[in-house]
Write a protein that binds this ligand. Structure first.
Ligand code: GRF
Length: 223
């Protein structure tokens, strides 16, 4: 059977991408990384993808001369790569409709908080952790979910809780959340690669709990 193929879209430093590549290299994640694509030519993600030896594309409205052309290029990269799953790893732009059309229910995202809290417009990167600290939360966490057109509203597959120590800074919270992201994202991708999770349109409640059986240390605390 052909190996499961994934592609990654990323905009930033690429530490989540690196965590996935580490598990591919170690053999724990049975998948081929077909490509890395970034809207940011200077992103650590592109450099890390190249260093890993996979195809790495810079595609943005700027590089392609317009958002429509960028969307068309992304769709053609996705199409010819033959990927089974698109993994968003810190991708800061909306996935264009042309890509959604090719990968219905086969796009995953990771969000650095417990959705539906601290999601939606403006809730990305450090803004999320600043809002968590400002609100006085005692817990935050990680949400891994399917991506639909409404972005942060796709089916939740896995959530992990990360405690927020009293007086903690947004930077400290970000570091703890990132560590949890690295420990868990690859496990969800592996569940897809092994056929334990299947693309579905259902938003069946309780699915996040069912996902816990793929992990060590359920219930979902990283305490
Ligand atoms: C992660 O916290 C991810 O959840 C968020 O952006 C950050 C990306 O970090 N969407 P990196 O580029 O993987 O280091």
């Amino acid at each position: 059977m052909a190996k499961y193929r994934i592609g990654v879209f990323a905009s930033g430093g690429g530490s989540n991408l690196q965590a996935l590549m580490d598990r591919i290299r170690s053999g724990e994640l049975p998948a081929d990384l077909a490509f890395v694509l970034s809207n940011n030519s200077k992103s650590g993600a592109l450099a890390k993808g190249k260093a890993f030896g996979c195809r790495a594309f810079h595609v943005s409205g700027f590089s392609e001369g317009g958002e429509d052309k960028a969307a068309a290029r992304m769709a053609s990269i996705v199409k010819e790569s033959g990927i089974d799953l698109l993994v968003l790893a810190g991708y800061m732009k909306l996935v264009p409709e042309a890509v959604h059309a090719l990968l219905k229910n086969r796009i995953l995202n990771i969000h650095p908080a417990l959705l539906p809290s601290f999601g939606g417009a403006g809730m990305y990167g450090h803004h999320v952790h600043e809002a968590v600290v400002k609100r006085g939360c005692q817990f935050t966490g990680v949400t891994i979910h399917m991506v639909n057109a409404a972005y942060d509203e796709g089916q939740i597959l896995l959530q992990r809780i990360v405690p927020v120590a009293p007086g903690s800074t947004a930077e400290a919270v970000a570091a703890d959340v990132l560590e949890s992201e690295h420990a868990h994202y690859w496990q969800v991708v592996r569940a897809f690669a092994l056929g334990e999770l299947k693309p579905t349109e259902s938003a069946e409640p309780g699915r996040a709990v069912a996902m816990g059986r793929f992990l060590d240390g359920f219930p979902p605390f990283d305490l």
